[in-house]
Design a protein around this ligand. Structure first.
Ligand code: GDP
Length: 279
């Protein structure tokens, strides 16, 4: 399967979770029942209550202001509302200086290692020289996994001995204070060693965890200056709406999405295409 087919397959599976409900919904009439059912569909699609209320309110407002009477018009309008909600901040990575630093944080199993591997391969393909640094020194297996990915993507890796002070830690969520201390230390070390360099702090979230992912994201956002989100496992049972909830409630851009376990299964996030696949 080529890259685009994989993306399509990933998004199609996501779409199937709520896509059917949308088709039914838009076969009806544009009345109060429609808005009630839309609310229900969006909440079931993992968009969360707050973000759903906001979206439906905005849709009502635009339908009225733009004198939309038919369902096709309402559907297009909903797509625009959701796309606008996704457009918070800059979706592209800003790693323009040489060197630049990208930090990846997130709880165990969300897909950090896999994402680092995929992104390294992508950046190497774009002509960058990539160096991976294993920071989760508390878990030997984590560095081993990263080593496998460094070989797979053909980039260099540095790793310390097990249990070493991770001044470049991945930031594991033992508790919030601990996380904050670790992340602050990383920040200080990067500031000291690489002043003026571009830095991205990417929070990796598993889309299949739905609203739990949003709670995690809020905690991490408080503790670390997150510049972007990578949402993994959108090829699985994720319902998709979580992407909108996260962007909206955190006001942090989703920069990449993971659509599989392979090295090519990472795509830069495109709000418009994503919404089109969803609604
Ligand atoms: P980490 O603990 O955050 O470093 O997580 P890993 O990178 O080790 O990933 C945990 C599991 O999730 C592995 O089995 C990965 O293959 C899988 N995984 C990661 N990203 C994706 C994705 O986008 N789609 C799917 N289906 N699985 C993924």
């Amino acid at each position: 399967m080529g890259f685009f087919e994989k993306i399509k397959a990933g998004l199609t599976r996501t779409k199937e979770n709520i896509g059917h409900s949308f088709d039914q919904l838009f076969a009806g009439e544009l009345n109060d029942d429609f808005y009630d059912e839309l609310e229900e569909t969006l909440i079931l699609g993992d968009m969360g209550v707050d973000t759903t209320m906001k979206a439906v309110e905005e849709l009502r407002r635009r339908v009225k202001a733009e004198k939309i009477k038919d369902m096709e018009g309402a559907r297009t309008c909903l797509r625009r509302v959701l796309t606008d909600m996704l457009q918070v901040g800059e979706p592209a990575l800003k790693l323009d200086t040489t060197p630049s630093v990208a930090l990846f944080i997130g709880v165990n199993g969300v897909g950090k290692t896999t994402t680092i591997g995929k992104l390294s391969a992508r950046m190497k393909g774009e002509g960058h020289r990539v160096l991976m640094a294993a920071a989760d020194t508390f878990r030997a297996a984590a560095a081993d996994q990263l080593e496998i990915w460094s070989e797979r993507s053909g980039v260099e890796l540095v790793r310390q001995y097990e249990g070493a002070d991770p001044a470049d830690t991945a930031g594991r969520l033992h508790n919030k204070q601990n996380l904050m201390n670790e992340l602050n230390k990383i920040s200080r070390v990067v500031d000291r060693e690489l002043p003026g360099c571009d830095r991205e702090t990417l929070l990796v979230l598993d889309a299949t965890t739905g609203q739990n992912g949003l709670i995690q994201a809020k905690q991490f956002k408080e503790a670390a200056g997150i510049t972007g989100i990578v949402l993994t496992k959108l090829d699985g049972s994720a319902k998709g709406g979580i992407v909108i909830a996260i962007a909206q409630e955190l006001q942090v851009p989703v920069k990449f999405i993971g659509v599989g376990e392979g090295i090519d299964d990472l795509m830069p996030f495109e709000a418009e295409k994503f919404v089109e696949a969803l609604v």
